[in-house]
Design a protein around this ligand. Structure first.
Ligand SMILES: Cc1cc2nc3c(=O)[nH]c(=O)nc-3n(C[C@H](O)[C@H](O)[C@H](O)COP(=O)(O)OP(=O)(O)OC[C@H]3O[C@@H](n4cnc5c(N)ncnc54)[C@H](O)[C@@H]3O)c2cc1C
Length: 332
């Protein structure tokens, strides 16, 4: 005897889809997750990831998502360190001074440091660092342990999931959302990172705010450093290339030298692995995080909740957008 499909299907098993599935499961509703290849490189498995919001959504929504996610990650760091989430010091070096929203400063509690040319502002903050090599499998394990069925399937159209018997679809396909929702605002923004041992004994993470070819950073995790990155438009395929990786290391070494590290040239001399994938950006005219989070009501009581276009901050706002997507999916 075949069982009826659960009412809700989540499309996508990146950080956005898995977190959304978990938010729905925690409300007692079963979920099927569809993903074209849950094990292939995708933005979520390539991100290092540091808790870093970007302006793009309406200010009140961004604040709600960031504050909600902050609470979730701080709790995970305290109660579930096996999730790969920890609180860590990030040194930020800004070429240009820009104000921090008061609500965000309340969370980050910035500690200014003496200015160091060419930077106009240098400061330390403590924030969640999410080791995606640990966190993504942990999230998937939590979703399946809570009863989610994970189906390996590439949808040609969103309606394929309605045809399988689901009544509500939560659409979290990242870059795949462009073709699935016929949304021309979705754009690939490729990034590459190098994983290396912390044989330079770096005690904190550090990044700058260079716009092109992307900010330089070295993120410190308990067992390694992750060095990045680039922000390259219109390159959808995963992968890396040597000239770009060399340039990433050159910029990161210069950043560490300005920070006073005695042996920056040793950074990345030994590589553990390299990774590259496209971020699912959405927007135009310098906006890359115009997240689409809204419900679309269809005939016969069917519904699609779109939750995609997280660009550079999909991990950062994952819990906030997941909770709102769950509200929209389960609203009577
Ligand atoms: C180098 C790099 C550094 C980053 N650093 C950070 C950081 O420090 N902090 C931060 O918050 N974010 C960071 N990001 C951004 C972050 O990784 C993304 O915003 C986030 O991973 C997006 O998640 P997602 O689930 O929307 O998309 P993805 O992770 O791309 O997942 C999309 C899912 O949809 C599935 N899918 C797509 N099309 C279909 C289809 N037709 N049928 C079925 N399934 C489909 C895919 O298989 C996949 O499972 C970084 C990204 C990169 C690349």
């Amino acid at each position: 005897m075949s069982h009826p499909a659960p009412p809700v299907a989540v499309i996508g098993a990146g950080v956005v889809g898995l977190t959304t599935a978990l938010a729905i499961l925690r409300r007692g509703v079963p979920v099927t997750i569809y993903a074209q290849d849950p094990d292939a490189p995708q933005a979520s498995s390539v991100a290092p990831a540091m808790f870093t919001p970007y302006a793009g959504p309406a200010p009140d929504r961004l604040r709600r998502w960031v504050e909600s996610s902050w609470r979730s990650f701080v709790t995970l760091a305290a109660r579930s360190p096996e999730s790969g989430v920890s609180m860590s010091t990030l040194r930020e070096a800004f070429y240009h001074r820009r104000p921090t929203e008061p609500w965000l400063a309340d969370l980050l509690q910035p500690r200014p440091l003496p200015p160091r040319p060419p930077y106009a502002l240098v400061r330390d903050t403590t924030r969640p660092a999410i080791d995606m090599l640990v966190y993504l499998p942990w999230l998937r394990g939590r979703a399946t342990a809570a009863g989610a069925a994970l189906v390996r399937r590439r949808l040609q159209r969103l309606h394929d999931a309605f045809d399988a018997g689901h009544r509500t679809l939560v659409h979290c396909a990242g870059l795949g959302a462009g073709p699935l929702a016929s949304d021309p605002a979705v754009r690939p923004m490729h990034g590459q990172v190098v994983h290396a041992p912390n044989d330079i004994h770096l005690g904190h993470s550090i990044h700058d705010d260079a716009a092109a070819p992307g900010s330089a950073y070295v993120f410190r995790f308990p067992d390694r450093l992750v060095i990045g990155s680039t922000f390259q438009p219109d390159r959808p395929e995963p992968g890396t290339d040597e000239p770009t990786l060399d340039d990433i290391l050159r910029r990161a070494r210069a950043l560490l030298a300005l920070d006073g590290l005695p042996t920056p040239e040793r950074l990345g001399a030994v590589r553990i692995q390299v990774r590259g994938a496209a971020r699912p950006a959405r927007g135009s005219a310098g906006v890359y995080e115009d997240v689409r989070l809204e419900a679309e009501s269809l005939a016969g009581g069917r519904r699609i909740v779109h939750n995609y276009g997280h660009g550079r901050m999909g991990v950062t706002v994952s819990w906030g957008t997941a909770e709102e997507a769950a509200d929209l999916a389960l609203r009577p």
